[in-house]
Design a protein around this ligand. Structure first.
Ligand code: F1P
Length: 319
């Protein structure tokens, strides 16, 4: 087993250690979740989860929040900000936290690096230890930051979710080789909080296996992108609770067009039950999506420890 795979399959003890009571977010007219890359995908998922829990929220990429906050929220100085970064050192992310704080905004930093620059730039630090072998590709840390974000929104994460994620990972691994054989185009579909998780599944696969991957809200897929679908496609459907029947109809259409479908929480060529509350479905599916990236990379003979063109932290000379 390679090191990246190790960080995926061995992540659950770190989840269990993170199942501690956490203070909730401060109240504000809007809560802005900020990050780059994987951390931005998590921000998208968390903003949707916060809205679902009655906390008005948006997600903004760190550089955008730094450069033009008013394009995202007109009275941006009234916001509370939650900044996500595994390393706590991504230049744009740290600068967004520091600029927010300088503007009098309360900053919560979610990170896996306790003594980081982000921690120093935050009013409150929410931390969990991640797998020590984690490298460039964010695996265990991504799950942990999503988990902590849900906790501070007020969504209870318990042992049942850890067990569900482990079972989904195993079920996906059992089916992965046959699912991906001969396939080169990957599509991830999810709505609401599952959209950020779909984007993260696509980013993982793209980073790890240098394979083109896309993510859409499920019923957007018919509006153009479906023209790419054929017998080279694997589609991952993250079923939501709003319109699962419509999503299942779309899955049938995709299968007719030649796609193989991996359905989380609903039908597909491979169906992986999640068995958790809708608010926790994305967290429960995330390790399985990470493993799918690893399996596609493995089928192409690629090393996921050193993905092409990537570094563990993007640090710029100036922000
Ligand atoms: C953010 C990030 C990663 C990405 C790449 C560069 O890191 O964009 O998501 O995979 O390795 O950095 P961080 O701010 O969460 O440490």
């Amino acid at each position: 087993m390679g090191i990246t795979e190790q960080t995926i399959v061995e992540q659950f003890p770190f989840w269990r250690a993170a199942l501690v009571p956490r203070e909730r977010l401060p109240s504000a007219p809007v809560t802005v979740f900020v990050g780059c890359g994987t951390s931005y995908n998590l921000a998208l998922a968390l903003a949707a989860s916060a809205n679902g829990a009655g906390i008005a929220a948006i997600a903004v990429p760190a550089r955008e929040w730094l450069d033009r906050p008013a394009a995202y929220w007109p009275r941006w100085q009234e916001a509370a900000v939650v900044v996500l970064s595994r390393s706590g050192e991504t230049t744009e992310t740290v600068a967004a936290a520091a600029a927010s704080r300088a503007a009098g905004i309360h900053v919560t930093g979610i990170t896996c690096a306790e003594g980081s620059s982000l921690a120093a730039a935050s009013d409150r630090v929410v931390y969990a230890e991640t797998h020590p072998k984690e490298g460039i590709v964010m695996t265990s840390s991504a799950s942990l930051m999503l988990l902590m974000g849900l906790q501070i929104i007020g969504i209870t994460v318990g042992e049942d979710v850890v067990a569900a994620a482990e079972a989904a990972l195993q079920a996906t691994d059992n089916a992965a080789d046959a699912l991906i054989a001969g396939r080169s185009h990957f599509v991830y579909l999810g709505g609401g909080a599952l959209y950020g998780v779909a984007l993260e599944g696509a980013l993982k696969l793209l980073e790890m296996s240098q394979t083109y991957a896309q993510a859409f809200h499920p019923l957007e897929y018919r509006h153009g992108p479906i023209s790419l679908m054929d017998e080279r496609t694997v589609a991952v459907m993250l079923y939501g609770d709003a319109r699962p029947d419509d999503e299942a109809v779309l899955v049938g259409e995709m299968q007719q067009k030649g796609a193989r479908v991996l359905g989380f929480g609903g039908p597909g060529d491979v169906s992986v039950p999640l068995g958790v509350a809708p608010a926790l479905a994305g967290l429960a599916a995330l390790p399985a999506l990470q493993l799918l990236g690893e399996r596609v990379a493995g089928a192409k003979g690629l090393d996921t420890v050193a993905p092409r063109h990537l570094t563990k932290v993007v640090m710029l000379a100036s922000a």
